[in-house]
Design a protein around this ligand. Structure first.
Ligand code: FAD
Length: 519
């Protein structure tokens, strides 16, 4: 889209397709605003797919007196469990009590607060537990005899981003991936926002009444590209890494392990076949934000921490896969990476006229409320905006009958009995009621087209390309699904060939396909 007299004036241009940008775009579109979201790479290609994947209040934040954040996060946990029961589900955490760990009274007070500070909660409350109880004892060293259990929730982080973008598009937003904002300035009472398509593609300029900087780890640098509009403060980049190992124990629960340095490490059942272990807190500079990698020290640290608790000793050689992300934390002046606030700060950049709103910090858990706060701040400048609405609106596929995932899974199994059991469960979680869109009237596995292994077929890939902005094998294997961990070694290559053929056909058949909107 070039800047011509015909080019539309957007109410809001959102820069960044992580959870915060996608959440703001969805909320704004549902309030009747004309929204464009631009994401330089793929949706959720950075921090929002590299998290621990918890929808949680953050028990440890109580130690830093982050009561506002914990209260809001616990309230959001309750809401998100309701609006997205397919991609978010309860997870019980066990906190063993090692010698030299935090005193029992302190943990009891913390857990009491955790149970109550967010108001009425549907998840089971915390309790003291015996670690000799076979429900919790598997895998643990015999010296660990007691602990506590409490509730939080698990989320498929990358899918939560995509579902927000899909709902934004369904409500009229334009979503453009592979498009970067390269600069912006105020002229003629509007933001003139310069865009460039990836790989040296076309440049264009669009106009907007408000610009939202949701660039995550790039939120600080993006400010330099906005014609001298500056905010005080900035962000600190804190890398966090995870390792994935063969399962350390039986059971669906997670462990939260105290380390002598005061940090905590989670072990979480992952993709039915693995244990996910994380995370670390390492201050990094801008050079590391684009492709963060786990260091040997971080791997050692995580292996050492879990080996203190589990009978099976974990060594770096046991690690099957790793990932790292960079937290874009609000710079509160602290130097201890684990203590820098995880709360978010929203800043307006201008006194009047077209606004610039920047998002610093935040959690996956609080993205919906962050979006509401962002729009409250922009409301005086965009008076046509409707009221808040996202508290009760399900994310795409989240309208499970009665909110009951187990009953929904039975329906999926009965309707498509040819699906292997693990695939039925995976697609029921990933797509919820929208699974109908691509499984539809299929009567057998062969009707789903080319089989790429691990339960991935052409029908699903076509759906992901048409409705979820998937373009590459990586988008599909690591973000729309997590099949990259379990698929055969030739899947990525076969998928890339299929996508190239598909793109060729699309170009030949429909040269005028728009880059915005759903598809
Ligand atoms: P991002 O997801 O990084 O999105 C920003 C996007 O902006 C990127 O995709 C980038 O490509 C794009 N962009 C940048 N510049 C431009 C430009 N010029 N033009 C176009 N696009 C641009 N939170 C929880 O609630 N629970 C957890 O368990 C949890 N665990 C975490 C563990 C780790 C290790 C980390 C790192 C974070 C964790 N978080 C967790 C925090 C959470 O992941 C982040 O707060 C959240 O993902 C940040 O989202 P974002 O949208 O701000 O940033």
């Amino acid at each position: 889209m070039t800047k011509t007299s015909a080019s539309p004036v957007y109410d809001i241009v959102v820069v960044g397709g992580g959870i915060n940008g996608a959440g703001i775009a969805r909320d704004a579109a549902g309030r009747g605003l004309n929204v464009l979201l631009v994401e330089r790479e793929d949706l959720a290609s950075h921090t929002s797919s590299a998290s621990t994947k918890l929808i949680h209040g953050g028990l440890r934040y109580l130690e830093y007196y982050e009561f506002r954040l914990v209260r809001e996060a616990l309230q959001e946990r309750e809401r998100l469990l309701r609006i997205a029961p397919h991609i978010i589900w309860p997870l019980r955490f066990v906190l063993p009590r090692p010698k030299g760990g935090r005193p029992g009274w302190m943990i009891r007070i913390g857990l009491w607060l955790y149970d109550h500070i967010g108001g009425k909660q549907s998840l089971p409350k915390s309790e003291g537990v015996s670690l000799r109880d076979p429900r919790w004892s598997d895998g643990l060293k015999p010296g660990l005899t007691s602990g506590f259990a409490y509730s939080d929730a698990w989320v498929d982080d990358a899918r939560m981003v995509v579902l927000n973008a899909m709902d934004a598009a369904a409500r009229g937003a334009t979503i453009r991936t592979g498009v970067a904002m390269t600069g912006a300035r105020v002229e003629d009472g509007l933001w003139q926002v310069d865009l460039r398509e990836e790989a040296g593609g076309a440049a264009s300029t669009v106009q907007a009444r408000a610009l939202v900087n949701a660039a995550g780890p790039w939120a600080g640098s993006l400010l330099h590209d906005t014609g001298g509009v500056a905010h005080e403060g900035g962000i600190r980049l804190v890398k966090g890494s995870h390792i994935i190992v063969p399962p350390l124990y039986k059971g669906d629960h997670a462990f939260i392990l105290q380390n002598p340095d005061g940090r905590i490490v989670f072990t979480i059942p992952y993709q039915k076949r693995f244990t996910l272990i994380g995370t670390t807190d390492v201050l990094v500079d801008e050079a590391e934000r684009a492709r963060p990698r786990i260091s040997a020290e971080e791997t050692e640290y995580l292996c050492h921490t879990v080996s203190e608790y589990f009978e099976r000793q974990v060594a770096p050689a046991d690690v099957i896969s790793t990932y790292s992300g960079v937290r874009p934390l609000y710079d509160d002046g602290g130097d201890d990476a684990k203590a820098i606030t995880r709360d978010y700060v929203l800043k307006l950049g201008r006194e009047e006229g077209p606004q610039l709103l920047s998002v610093f910090g935040g959690k996956l858990t609080t993205y919906r409320r962050l979006a509401e706060h962002a729009l409250e701040k922009l409301a005086p400048f965009l008076p046509a905006m409707g009221p808040a609405w996202t508290g009760a609106g399900p994310l795409p596929g989240g309208d499970l009958p009665g909110g009951d995932f187990d009953a929904f899974l039975q329906t999926v199994r009965a309707r498509w009995p040819f699906l292997p059991a693990d695939t039925a469960e995976r697609v029921a979680h990933a797509y919820g009621t929208r699974v109908e869109e691509w499984l539809g009237g299929a009567e057998g596995w062969n009707a789903l087209g080319e089989d790429f292994g691990a339960g991935l077929t052409a029908a699903e890939v076509d759906y992901l390309c048409a409705h979820e902005w998937a373009r590459t094998a990586e988008d599909i294997l690591w973000r729309r699904t997590k099949l990259g961990l379990v698929c055969p070694s030739d899947t990525a290559e076969r998928l890339a060939l299929y996508l190239a053929r598909r793109a060729g056909h699309e170009t030949a058949a429909a040269p005028a396909v728009a880059s915005g909107g759903e598809g």
